[in-house]
Ligand binder design. Structure first.
Ligand SMILES: [Zn+2]
Length: 289
């Protein structure tokens, strides 16, 4: 079976309007939501249409998000920034005996180099006594990104805060003249105290004050779709809280490793940090840097 790659520009977004309601009076009427934009590159997302009978999907050693939009079924695969371009396999399971693999291509993408000066050099070159804390926080966050909670998932997001969005996702960073990990999220510049909302329903799986990320909240939206909010001045949720789309979770700040007040927003799918811009609609009110 050949791969069916679905390019989507939120054309599936539709509200539960009157005409549609009349058409589905006899069935449970659930609103249809959009898919993320397909961009099968390192740091992007592959959206692959699959047979409706598929019960689970795997990419490498990770389970993959399956969703239904307008009676079509899709696997949505996160592609880590470290993914080499080439051909990859999505493994589908239908029942105990029936399996299928679908091949898909990851295309190359080159990200720019970004040089930043961090005023607090300890956040670039931590002291020896910082290392235990850094390791502990890293393993806590790694575990949060590995959650896979069954159930329906909404894969188009509200923008978590108002402000100027940076397109620096994936940029190869040089901090205080030293190479560091590529930028794994979207930065939204906004004054300290600006409200941050949950972009979709989820469960709070981590809240803390971390060495690099400052005050941080992690939300689990289900099926391996996880989002993280960093550098907050204040958090307004606690571990285990359930939030709905639009609920406040904290305020923009400049805690942790920063050059100024902003929200760092990460989106993770099957434990791959991907470009959050693929999950939101472009808002002409908010210019890209
Ligand atoms: Zn950032």
């Amino acid at each position: 079976m050949s791969m069916n790659l679905h390019i989507n520009n939120f054309s599936h977004l539709k509200s539960c309007g009157t005409a549609w309601l009349i058409g589905c009076l006899a069935v449970i009427c659930l609103p249809a939501y959009g898919l993320p934009r397909a961009e099968p590159v390192p740091g992007g997302v592959a959206v692959i249409e699959v047979a409706s009978e598929a019960t689970s999907a795997r990419f490498g050693d990770r389970p993959v998000l399956l969703t239904r939009v307008d009676d079509k079924h899709y696997a949505i695969i996160g592609l880590a920034l470290s993914t080499a371009p080439g051909t990859y396999q999505l493994a589908l399971e239908f029942d105990a005996e029936t399996r299928q693999t679908l091949a898909f291509e990851v295309k190359p993408k080159t990200y720019p180099v970004q040089r930043l000066t961090i005023p607090d050099d300890r956040k670039v070159n931590p002291y020896a006594q910082d290392m235990d804390r850094i390791q502990q926080e890293r393993s806590l966050m790694d575990n949060a990104f590995l959650h896979f909670r069954e159930g329906p998932v909404i894969t188009d997001f509200a923008v978590p805060t108002r402000g100027r969005r940076s397109s620096s996702f994936g940029s190869r960073r040089i901090l205080n003249d030293q190479p560091r990990s590529p930028h794994s999220g979207m930065d939204i510049a906004a004054p300290s105290g600006t409200n941050i909302i949950a972009p979709a329903a989820g469960i709070v799986t981590a809240v803390g004050d971390y060495f690099f990320n400052g005050n941080t909240v992690i939300l689990d939206h289900g099926q391996g779709l996880i989002t993280m909010y960093c550098h907050l001045s204040a958090t307004t949720v606690k571990l285990g809280d359930r939030v709905d789309r639009g609920d406040g979770i904290g305020e923009v700040g400049q805690t942790g490793r920063v050059t100024g007040p902003h929200l760092h927003w990460s989106v993770s799918l099957n434990n791959a940090r991907v470009d959050p811009g693929l999950f939101i609609q472009t808002d002409p009110q908010q210019e890209l840097q």
